[in-house]
Write a protein that binds this ligand. Structure first.
Ligand code: AMP
Length: 358
């Protein structure tokens, strides 16, 4: 059964993704309540109401579920126990299992491999001698990452062509938290697929975007990606396999490395709308945000097809000073997040340049 117009959707997290979800919900006739500790957050500026409290505040959770017909979230670090507790009162989409898989890089890669989706080779690292052994196994080339709570390249260290050994102190320098060493992937490009699954099990995948990162943060997404039709189809098929295996509801982002022969290794999954899918609001009739709201509200999914080619670029920190010049360009959609202060590394907005397809 679909959610009647006028119902309220609860959103955990009040950043730009929450803001875009709230705007999409309003477009589809719904109200939104946002749980976010920071007052006047980007999402609250366009939502109906903000509950200003910590993400794990149980009184706030009771308030959120009492007000909401369905609850969703804009970031993957919502505690699994909290998502399960919330789900006993109101439907929570995507399901808690997706959070559990996405929150730990070892669980994530083990899950992906178990459903036939290849990833970089990896070894859990719990101390310096694990690191030495793992680096030896990968001929001295690898990327060391925190298993949990990593995003935008934070908590990572790259090892290239190094003799395995002599890494005393690395585990402590990384914060003495569980780590994973991934084999270094000599990828040709990075792509991502944004896909959705409805409550009825219907799935839809957008065209892959080709992503460029700078300093570990997404810089741009270009569609179409410079890959073959076969590689694009394989990436979309992998995303759909993940959705079905998780009995998922909502939008997911799946990042892949593309190797020289066109084969794919999945890097990570994000159980939410994704920065590399922002282009869909300018180049598709149904954006990833509308698609997510449709999915969690039990409405039919929209078409993921694209009417334009496009390039999305993030406005990070002082990039926001380019706004006046960008607004002078035809066929450019600008999206600002309502953040007062442009700190370095802070995502302030993005724009998408489109060129219509013949
Ligand atoms: P992640 O936090 O896993 O998305 O990693 C951030 C970025 O680091 C990726 O987008 C890649 O550009 C790079 N990277 C991550 N893992 C690897 C790897 N195993 N081999 C080579 N580059 C990597």
């Amino acid at each position: 059964m679909s959610l009647p117009a006028g119902s309220t959707i609860g959103i955990i997290g009040g950043g730009q993704l929450g803001r875009m979800l709230a705007a999409a919900a309003a477009r589809l006739g719904y109200r939104t309540v946002v749980l976010e500790p920071q007052p006047d957050c980007p999402a609250a500026q366009v939502a109906n109401r903000q509950i200003t409290a910590a993400y794990d505040d149980q009184t706030a959770h009771a308030e959120l579920t009492a007000a909401s017909a369905v609850v969703t979230y804009e970031f993957e670090n919502v505690p699994v126990a909290a998502a399960n507790a919330l789900a006993s009162t109101a439907p929570v989409y995507p399901p808690a299992r997706a959070l559990e898989v996405a929150q730990d890089r070892v669980t994530e890669k083990t899950f992906l491999n178990s459903i036939g989706i290849p990833t970089a080779d990896f070894r859990p690292v719990g101390n310096d001698s694990d690191l030495t052994a793992a680096l030896k196994a990968f001929a001295g080339n690898g990327v060391l990452k925190t298993r949990r709570m990593g995003y935008d390249g934070k908590g990572q260290r790259v090892f290239r062509n190094m003799e395995a050994g002599g890494f005393a102190g690395t585990f402590e320098a990384m914060g003495s938290v569980p780590l994973v060493l991934e084999a270094f992937v000599p990828f040709e490009r990075e792509i991502s697929v944004i896909a959705a699954r409805g409550i009825d099990g219907a799935v839809a995948a957008y065209d892959p975007a080709e992503n460029v990162h700078r300093h570990g943060i997404l810089h741009s997404s270009t569609v179409p990606a410079g890959i073959s039709a076969e590689t694009a189809a394989a990436a979309q098929a992998a995303a759909k396999t993940i959705l079905s295996a998780l009995d998922y509801v909502g939008v997911i982002g799946v990042e892949f490395f593309v190797l020289a022969d066109g084969s794919l290794l999945a890097n990570e999954i994000a159980p939410r709308v994704h920065n590399s899918g922002h282009w869909t609001e300018a180049a598709c009739v149904v954006s990833q945000f509308d698609q997510h709201i449709r999915a969690i509200a039990g409405l039919p999914l929209g078409s993921p097809s694209r009417h334009s080619n496009c390039m999305m670029e993030n406005l990070i920190g002082d990039d926001v000073s380019r706004v006046a010049e960008l607004l002078g360009e035809p066929d450019l959609m600008l999206h600002l997040y309502g953040k007062a202060e442009a700190r370095p590394g802070r995502k302030m907005g993005h724009f998408t340049r489109i060129s219509r397809r013949a």
